[in-house]
Write a protein that binds this ligand. Structure first.
Ligand SMILES: C[S@@+](CC[C@H](N)C(=O)[O-])C[C@H]1O[C@@H](n2cnc3c(N)ncnc32)[C@H](O)[C@@H]1O
Length: 349
């Protein structure tokens, strides 16, 4: 069986299989995942949910962080500049209209974030998992008297943000390269902690929320954006060749459920919850793929430099990765896998 799977994957990665067939296979695998995780079987679903919840509670804050970082976040920034929108937002964007462009969808998302996180000028804001600074630079521009501390585990991201800040004469940003597992910050010093699509790299929310609680001021808030399933949570694990996503793109990652954080309220208390249909992520990932294909000529030499003899396979792997995101979040018109936003108040402990 493993042999057949390996052979089929090799074929898919060769670039010889049409995208439509790859997308159909991804939809079939998504359906299979729902069945395996107990989506249609209440008894099995509850049992699996509790198993994963207990695993999260006994984990490190985040695992396999070096591997995940290497897989994704240390690729040359030029790749992301050619693929993402203008603000290099590497996360789901909001498309209110059929004709919304990726650049506009990035802007719409950032406006929604600032409103939901109740951001104001003059605040001290911590962003966890800042990527290439989409939200950090936006906040720094919009709130000149705010002080933004941005954290990610990627050195190339820091370099990019600092260069952009200098170019735009923004002097209210500090960027730290640090794994969240070992991040230490001054207690009671932040009005807001915000995070966009980093908590899917986290396992133990009890430990993370305890740290965030200690960093927030008394009336401080945590606001975060995650992708999630509406009911199920499951880890990305390399069990066989079959678990392609975990192997190449998301080692140590988690698909949280909309309800996962509700079990971790010892230090923070849920104040508000919102959801976007998965179709917003579908549109985002399809736009990334379109950009990648359009810029193939410029990007292929970069792949040759980074991946050497594996460049062709990796080219196709990135394409499949974007298709997988689009198909997963577009599944059943975006009603299964969605985007969740959460606002938490600091609890007095
Ligand atoms: C999907 S990207 C999102 C980036 C950004 N928030 C955005 O929306 O464009 C996830 C971010 O989390 C960071 N990250 C992942 N695991 C981390 C860890 N263990 N410690 C610190 N940062 C981490 C990555 O480097 C990256 O910046």
């Amino acid at each position: 069986m493993d042999f057949i799977i390996q052979k089929s994957l090799k074929l898919v990665e060769s670039g010889l299989v049409p995208d439509q067939a790859i997308r159909a296979a991804i939809r079939a695998l998504s359906k299979k995942r729902l069945i395996q995780e107990g989506r249609y079987d209440p008894e099995q679903g509850a049992q699996r949910y509790m198993e994963v919840l207990n695993m999260l509670k006994h984990s490190e804050i985040a695992i396999e962080t070096d591997k995940a970082n290497e897989q994704h976040y240390e690729l040359p920034t030029a790749f992301f500049q050619a693929v993402l929108g203008k603000r290099l937002k590497y996360s789901a964007c909001f498309f209110p209209h059929e004709k919304t462009t990726l650049d506009d969808a990035e802007e719409f998302s950032l406006h929604i974030y600032s409103e939901r996180a109740q951001l104001q000028d003059g605040q001290h804001i911590l962003e966890l998992g800042c990527g290439w600074g989409s939200f950090t630079l936006w906040m720094a521009e919009r709130y000149p008297n705010a002080k933004i501390t941005a954290v990610s585990n990627s050195a190339t991201q820091r370099k990019h943000i600092l260069a952009e800040a200098e170019k735009c004469h923004l002097n209210n940003i500090e960027v730290m390269t640090c794994d969240v597992n070992v991040l230490e910050l001054t207690k009671n010093s932040f009005d807001r902690v915000v995070s966009v699509e980093m908590f899917e790299h986290v396992r133990n929310y009890h430990k993370l929320f305890e740290k965030i609680q200690s960093w927030l001021k008394t009336d401080g808030l945590l606001w975060c954006h995650i992708f999630c399933h509406r009911f199920l949570h499951y880890p990305f694990e390399i069990k066989s060749e079959y678990d392609w996503m975990s192997r190449y793109f998301f080692s140590g990652g988690l698909m949280p459920a909309s309800s996962t954080f509700l079990h971790f309220q010892d230090h923070l208390e849920l104040a508000q919850h919102w959801q976007w249909s998965g179709t917003h992520y579908e549109k985002t990932a399809n736009a990334w793929l379109e950009n990648m294909d359009r810029n193939a000529e410029q990007l292929k030499p970069l792949f040759a430099k980074v991946y050497a003899q594996d460049a062709e396979a990796w080219w196709q792997r990135w394409r499949i990765f974007f298709m997988a995101c689009a198909e997963l979040f577009g599944f059943e018109q975006g009603q299964e896998w969605v985007v969740g936003h959460f606002l938490f108040k600091k609890k007095a402990v």
